[in-house]
Design a protein. Structure first.
Length: 319
């Protein structure tokens, strides 16, 4: 005799349809939150609203579809970034290789380009390694000297800091959006910014730029940004083949704009509000630090600390 479960399965017209993949689910969610007629057409973000998929968005708990602080376009892109945030597979014994390349222009004559590569232990229990190189225009004062360096302590052995966030510090931060918002606004009180809103913007900038926040934390940070008053999209462009958006605070409260790739759910750089400097980042997972870096790196007598004359959010203090 056929049992009730078999009968139900036989009656289900979609019984033979395979489950959605994670990528397909993210695509449906992104389409659901996009406006029917976006204020600015962009080739990579031509996504229309799907009314039936909105039910799915509600069911899986995507909240704050329209933030109280962000403009409509900023809200849309940040929501897309929050949905799309994923991490490549990484094991505790591997390293995040984070390469920043940029230009610091000081006018038509003087300018400088640089590359900085950081090797950050995935588990945070081994010291980080840094490689810096600079290319200065003739006759201009150099921004820095080429060097390789490391620190005597691992990130997890240092004090908690937004400016130099360790994996242990990032793991301790709440993933609940309301709790993370409360934590950020509390910590922003001590940041030298024009307002606590600007302070929150700066702290998120630090964490995304100088650390490797996991996908769930990045998603929560993007959700918090949506509710910061004055968040807006200053520009949209293609950088290194990626379609990115530049985020700023209206009213001139910050000096840098966050460059976010919504398709990757990742911060991929920043740009000065006067376009005087631009830095882009690439993140990869690697197995080891190159032997030539280990052999040539200087061990600096520095560790993370707090000094109001440097940065109240924590910075490297060297002896």
């Amino acid at each position: 005799m056929t049992d009730i479960d078999t009968l139900l399965r036989a009656a289900d017209p979609a019984a033979g349809v395979p489950d959605y993949s994670d990528a397909e689910c993210r695509h449906i969610l992104v389409r659901a939150i996009a406006p029917t007629t976006p204020p600015k057409r962009h080739a990579g973000w031509r996504i229309g609203a799907v009314a039936s998929a909105m039910v799915m968005v509600t069911a899986v708990g995507v909240s704050n579809l329209v933030g109280t602080g962000a403009t409509a376009r900023a809200d849309q892109i940040l929501t897309e970034a929050a949905i799309n945030a994923v991490d490549p597979p990484a094991t505790a014994d591997q390293y995040w290789k984070m390469t920043g390349t940029g230009d610091y222009g000081t006018g038509e004559v003087c300018g400088e380009s640089f590359t900085e590569t950081r090797y950050l232990a995935v588990d945070g229990n081994r010291p980080s390694w840094y490689v810096e190189s600079y290319d200065t225009a003739p006759g201009c004062p150099p921004l820095g000297e080429d060097r390789m360096w490391t620190l005597p302590k691992s990130p997890n052995a240092m004090v908690d800091s937004w400016r130099w966030p360790s994996p242990a510090f990032l793991a301790s931060l709440p993933r609940d959006v309301e709790q993370l918002r409360s934590r950020l606004y509390a910590d922003a009180e001590g940041v030298a910014a024009s307002s606590t809103d600007a302070g929150v913007f700066v702290l998120i900038d630090y964490a995304l730029t100088y650390g490797a926040p996991p996908a769930d934390l990045r998603s929560a940070m993007f959700e918090v940004l949506k509710d910061v008053p004055g968040i807006s999209v200053a520009d949209e462009m293609v950088v290194d083949g990626r379609e990115v958006a530049l985020f700023t605070l209206e009213g001139g409260e910050v000096t840098e704009m966050l460059m976010i790739d919504p398709e990757a759910g990742q911060l991929v750089g920043f740009q000065g509000v006067q376009s005087e400097r631009k830095v882009t980042y690439e993140r990869l997972v690697v197995d080891t630090v190159p032997e030539e870096v280990r052999d040539a790196a200087d061990v600096l007598d520095c560790e993370v600390g707090f000094d109001d004359t440097i940065n109240p959010a924590g910075d490297l203090i060297c002896r």
